[in-house]
Design a protein around this ligand. Structure first.
Ligand code: AMP
Length: 416
């Protein structure tokens, strides 16, 4: 089954075309990105059929971007598909599913309405995701569209872990609670971790550390998320590229009063000017910080802060899990930076976490990086959110196909 996976951001469309026949039986036929949608200099970067190229064209909106992607996938010299009809289903990454969408769904009018209701909870992401779904429904009518949510995997977090200690009426009125994000990534690496350990996921206690420009950790017991560091929004939790993570909630109030800041200004400070960028004053990219650290105090301080906060989360998740079998690193930093992985694990020997320096040199490939004496297996697992989306899309499209076939058989029997 040929499945197109679409990940729409506010000015980008990332895509991957999969040929998938089973959970482990798949092939990536093409992938790429359309950037700068609605701005001058829109471009498409494509990789497929052994070719990689970049093209420029005016792309005023997401519909035109997706139309361009389909053109590239099906036209003469770059063709990986005979025609658009070969695409049997489309999988969409959707950031927020709220409390009602806690698993992947076939998008019908009702599901789309709920996704639209979640715009309030994710004003930066859900609108672009909706544009992508609407464009694909229009361009490929009748083809199953599946929505896979970043929040869904965390739908198992217990009530006492997701409720904030503010007046309960705000939960009732606005659904203010912890939701968690990066769920597709946490789920993917936890499933891979079980395979690497040769154990049943249902018997495992894992902490998964998604460390990229956004950072979130999850405590996973028996394959279910029981807590995660991001909350009502992706601002809560660990130190990120430009986001503050946890802080005393009185600080924004203090700053707003002292500096006479508007709501939008404080929002910008906490989301875009804080974290690694804010503390180091150099960059939000940890590569720059690692380069600068030997001769720059604030760069070293930033690295120390990242590691210290990470240790605190690992310790608290160890406590709520009641032990730990595996610690997993993934995403940009987790897959690449041996230095940050080491500094996060250093000092956690009393929890049975022992890194092996030689094994820890691994980058961007699945590897066990703990020593043979380590009680906890520390793993490096590259994330693959697109594959998770393709699998869920394949499963739901197949179920719908079987359901339709059964209905068809039923009506044939009725009129026989
Ligand atoms: P992601 O959001 O998963 O794409 O991760 C992006 C972030 O990963 C960048 O902002 C960097 O901070 C970090 N990163 C990417 N490559 C490396 C690398 N080779 N070494 C250290 N950090 C890296």
């Amino acid at each position: 089954m040929d499945i197109l996976v679409v990940n729409c951001g506010s000015s980008t469309v990332k895509y991957q075309l999969f040929c998938i026949e089973g959970e482990e039986d798949y092939q990536v036929l093409a992938k790429g990105i359309v950037e700068r949608i609605g701005a001058p200099g829109s471009r498409l970067e494509h990789n497929g059929n052994g070719q990689t190229f970049t093209r420029e064209r005016e792309v005023p909106n997401h519909r035109v971007a997706i139309q361009w992607v389909i053109e590239v996938l099906t036209q003469e010299e770059t063709r990986v598909l005979e025609s658009i009809d070969q695409i049997e289903a489309v999988g969409h990454r959707v950031v927020h599913g709220g409390e009602r969408l806690t698993g992947s769904v076939l998008v019908n009018d009702e599901a789309l309405e709920i996704i639209k209701e979640c715009v309030d909870l994710s004003p930066l992401h859900n609108p672009a995701n909706i544009l992508g779904i609407e464009a694909c429904r229009e361009l490929m009518p009748g083809i199953p569209q599946v929505a896979v949510f970043d929040t869904a995997f965390h739908g198992t977090i217990p009530e006492y872990a997701y409720i904030y200690a503010i007046p309960y009426e705000y939960y009732e009125k606005y659904r203010i609670r912890r939701y968690g994000f990066h769920g597709t990534s946490h789920q993917y690496v936890s499933e891979r971790a079980a395979k690497m350990l040769g154990k049943d996921l249902r018997d495992l206690k894992l902490i998964t550390c998604h460390m990229g420009s956004g950072v979130s950790f999850a405590a996973i017991k028996g394959g279910k998320s029981i807590d995660t560091s991001m909350g009502f929004t992706p601002l809560e939790g660990l130190v990120m590229g430009t986001r503050s993570g946890d802080l005393d909630p009185a600080i924004p109030l203090f700053l707003m009063r002292k500096e006479n800041l508007s709501v939008d200004e404080i929002d910008e400070i906490l989301n875009k000017k804080s974290g690694v960028l804010g503390v180091s004053g150099i960059s939000g990219d940890t590569r720059d910080i690692e380069d600068a650290a030997p001769f720059n105090h604030r760069a070293q301080l930033t690295l120390d802060l990242i590691a210290y906060r990470a240790k605190k989360y690992i310790g608290s998740y160890y406590a709520i899990l009641g032990g730990l079998d595996g610690l997993v690193f993934t995403a940009g930093i987790g897959e690449n930076s041996s230095g940050i992985r080491k500094s996060v694990c250093q000092g956690l020997e009393h929890l049975g976490i022992l890194i092996d320096d030689e094994r820890n040199k691994a980058r961007r490939r699945e590897a066990i990086i703990s020593s043979d004496q380590s009680q906890v297996t520390v793993m490096l697992i590259p994330t693959n959110e697109e594959l998770m989306i393709a699998r869920d899309t394949w499963r739901l499209a197949k179920e719908r196909g079987e359901h339709d076939a059964a209905l068809h058989r039923g009506s044939e029997e009725k009129y026989r």
